[in-house]
Write a protein that binds this ligand. Sequence first.
Ligand SMILES: [Ca+2]
Ligand SMILES: [Ca+2]
Ligand SMILES: [Zn+2]
Ligand SMILES: [Zn+2]
Length: 417
Amino acid sequence: MGTCETNLLKYGSVDPPSSNGSVFEQSASPEEVAESIMIIENLTEGEEIDEELMDSINFPKCGVDQLSERDVIDFTTIGRKWSQRHLTYFVTRYSEKLTQEEVDQIIKDAFQVWADVSSLTFSEANQESAANVQIHFQGGSHGDPFPFDGSGGILAHAYPPTVGKCHIDDDENWTTPDKTTGYSILQTMIHELGHVLGLGHSPEPGAVMGRFYRYGAEYRSPSLSEDDITGIQHLYEPPMVETVKPPPPPGACIGTIDAVFYDVHSEQTILFRGSYVWSLEASVSDVTEITSTYDFLSTGVDASFYNPNNQKTFIFKNCYVYRYDDRSFQKRSTTSQTFSSLPCQVDAAVYSESDQLTFVFKNRWVYAYSGKIFFGRIRISSLPWTNIPEDLYSGIDAVADVIKENSVYFFKGDHYY
Ligand SMILES: [Ca+2]
Ligand SMILES: [Ca+2]
Ligand SMILES: [Zn+2]
Ligand SMILES: [Zn+2]
């Protein structure tokens, strides 16, 4: 233990940072040294820890980062996790750079990113003492032995489970992800909460759990990489399948539907309602639970469309677009990242073969895209298609271009047109 600790401290002081970029934590930060010491102490206490971690203890340096130099795994965990699957949080001090509403929303969004791909759920506690996770914005000295360093350099740090402390350096120019300047508080919060949940740093260049802050518009509201997802699911399992089954679904063509698309290759019409999906082919219909094909969408969807040119399916849910290659999940991104100017919670979407355009519907408006290029917003009543019933001018539930029949079907309430 004694020699090990000495090596750790030497590592921290001798190794220069590998880049001048801003880091979420400094190389072998005091936190990580502290983490390593705790983990080593765990050994003497006989607490059960990861096998990978056991191996790493034999390395000359005992820093948590040694894990990442091994080929066995990419994501790293710090050998500790929460035993419960529901965690509560509380903001002990708000930022001077952001409004309280902005901070609350960002924290909610950041937790949701992890909740979407794991069995974890999160909610806000009424008071600090009732919270598992405490989030604190403050610059310089902030009540622990590891003061922040002013503007730049270290942006934040967080303690491993089950400490639950997440500290954000409030001397940074924090901004919400829709801005173009400043550090994205969302990117930073997702990363730090990863530590709070037990993830270490990943060497994968695309991982949210990489050591360095990532510049660039696409990272201001970053998607988790496969590596991040594998990491969190290693600790907390994939999202739970509903154990209480909803009542058996009624027929596909009765009542309001959420979304629909026509798959020209399989000649199937795919209908979404609640947590079920219907595949209609000629007169045969097959119903399955949504999660059996579409991961992460257990509570239903807002809209969907199929692009026959690249055989990709796009599914909209709240502020996200989920892209599937045929039926396998590829990536999730925010609606506004994928389709500029597009609001959250859209009503319906369709790729029109005849216009070679994607139309996304929200209330009485239609947003038109050629690929990802925004063409403009028009009223449903001004769509270049003939015979659109007036009932649909105020908004629709779902729409599909059934190419086989050369018709566009609109769905609203019990009716389709
Ligand atoms: Ca700093
Ligand atoms: Ca809908
Ligand atoms: Zn970090
Ligand atoms: Zn701190």
